[in-house]
Design a binder for this molecule. Structure first.
Ligand code: SF4
Length: 226
């Protein structure tokens, strides 16, 4: 079976998952935000999206309430998505600078984007058991990316969750600490990079600017040629 057929099967498994009762209840019943009051929300788990042949994986924490939980595509339709995709476009990983809906024509090149937990969590905080429940889906997505050379974790929670993945794979995680701009070369694994999450909390305060994120992405690209 081809990689894309295996990914289609994995996506179907993810989208139909109801393993976490708290998250199922939340994703299906969280009220729409005022701007999207008339829209039908996706309200299901959200699989990764992008180039299965990509060398870069962008790893977020979870779908956003009125972003991916509304649109059904990861990092789509909210302020964090717009910031991230604009930076990916500037660095040459996306064909356009906007990410608004599953039908908007966005394509990633050399880049796959996913989240650690596939359902929107209350307060953007999954519980430990929910991380554990969803880990097999991240592991399965990782296994479908044969050319992976770099993982960019967005925020400390995604970073920590990736250390969980490394631990499950028998990797050494001591000394790996989240810091914006940090990078860690890992024996036999993709290089791990860290960035602040592109949430309005960070971008509206200037903690993360677009040049800062583009700079990390350009560094990843430079490192590909080493
Ligand atoms: S978070 Fe993951 S494991 Fe839990 S219900 Fe959603 S898809 Fe299933």
């Amino acid at each position: 079976m081809s990689g894309s057929a295996r990914f289609d099967r994995l996506k179907a498994d993810i989208v139909s998952c109801r393993r976490c009762p708290r998250l199922v209840e939340y994703r299906e019943h969280v009220p729409p935000t005022r701007a999207y009051i008339d829209q039908e929300y996706w309200r299901r788990p959200v699989p990764g999206f992008g180039d299965l042949g990509g060398r870069l994986l962008i790893l977020g924490l979870a779908p956003a309430r009125s972003g991916a939980n509304r649109t059904g595509r990861i990092f789509t339709g909210d302020a964090s998505s717009r910031f991230l995709v604009s930076a990916l476009h500037s660095a040459g990983f996306a064909n356009q600078a906007t990410s608004e809906s599953r039908q908007d024509g966005l394509e990633y090149t050399d880049c796959f984007v996913t989240a650690v937990v596939k359902c929107v969590p209350p307060g953007d905080k999954p519980l430990p058991g929910e991380f554990r429940n969803c880990a097999p889906f991240l592991d399965a997505e990782m296994a479908l990316l044969p050319n992976l050379r770099a993982v960019l974790a967005l925020g400390s929670y995604a970073f920590k969750a990736f250390l969980g993945y490394l631990g499950r794979e028998g990797g050494e995680v001591r000394g790996l600490e989240f810091r914006h701009g940090a990078s860690y070369r890992l024996a036999g694994r993709p290089t791990l990079y860290a960035s602040y999450h592109p949430s309005p909390r960070n971008t509206n305060t200037g903690k993360l600017t677009k040049p800062m994120l583009v700079s990390v992405l350009n560094r990843v690209k430079r490192d590909f040629s080493i």
